[in-house]
Design a protein around this ligand. Structure first.
Ligand code: GLP
Length: 242
């Protein structure tokens, strides 16, 4: 059963998501967090930073795992997820560098990078997994058709995702990476608790399929119906087809 919380707008979505996230961090200072990129979590990350600054909530013992990273972008590339996470969150918290994990896309052997990330993930249990959702229902970069038992792997991004992401690359499609390393759906489903956030009309169909659609690889996020603790926090536009 997916619990759905409908909020007025993006600000309220971020407030509610922060409440859920901070509840986990404050009740377990050693929590393992699964984190996501994209525009959706930015408001939540701002609230985590504000809370850290104002209330001294500590991340010194927190471990994080990010969902994915673009193949072909070095960590210091302005649009890498490594850069995104450091600029939007990690640089502003007291988290230890060695406790921050993102899939590595360095070197020539991407399969070895995937295996290493899976191996590392297998040693931890994620307490709270944060997710955004693609307009086509993808989770991380697990595009439609991805088997539900997938683990960390290299994937090709589909055309609609490349177009959705073009806004971060000056709308120049030739600059948008076409592959990524992504945690698999099975890795995501292993989290103790899942928090998915979405806002805006272009997510309405994906949210409908996730919450009320048939569980099908056509809409990867629909698998969340089989998880025991999922909260979906959406604004009115994203909830408009529910
Ligand atoms: C990318 C990320 C996903 C994210 C999605 C939606 O594809 N790999 O993890 O959920 O974008 O992004 P946004 O929140 O910007 O709509």
């Amino acid at each position: 059963m997916i619990k759905v919380i409908v909020c007025k707008d993006y600000e309220e979505v971020s407030d509610k998501a922060a409440e859920i996230m901070l509840d986990v961090v404050k009740s377990n200072p050693k929590a393992v967090l699964g984190l996501a990129t994209g525009s959706s979590p930015i408001g939540l990350y701002q609230r985590m930073i504000k809370d850290h600054q104002e209330n001294n909530t500590s991340y010194a013992e927190i471990t994080t795992f990010n969902l994915d990273e673009y193949v072909g972008l070095n960590p210091d590339h302005p649009q890498s997820y490594h850069t995104f996470m450091h600029e939007n969150l990690f640089n502003h918290l007291d988290i230890k560098k060695e406790n921050v994990n993102l899939p590595s896309v360095l070197g020539d052997d991407m399969q070895a990078n995937c295996d290493a990330y899976n191996e590392l993930l297998s040693k931890y249990s994620i307490n709270l997994q944060l997710l955004g959702i693609g307009s086509n229902g993808h989770l991380a970069f697990n595009e439609p058709g991805t088997p539900f038992d997938s683990v960390t792997q290299v994937v090709d991004l589909v055309e609609s995702t490349i177009q959705d992401n073009a806004r971060f690359f000056d709308y120049d499609l030739s600059k948008v990476p076409t592959q990524s390393i992504t945690m698999g759906i099975e890795n995501i489903m292993e989290a103790e608790k899942i928090l998915l956030i979405a806002s805006g009309k272009n997510k309405a169909e994906a949210i409908y399929q996730t919450v009320k659609g048939e569980v099908s690889t056509d809409w990867p996020a629909s698998i969340l119906q089989r998880h025991q603790d999922v909260t979906v926090v959406v604004d009115e536009e994203a909830a408009s087809l529910l």
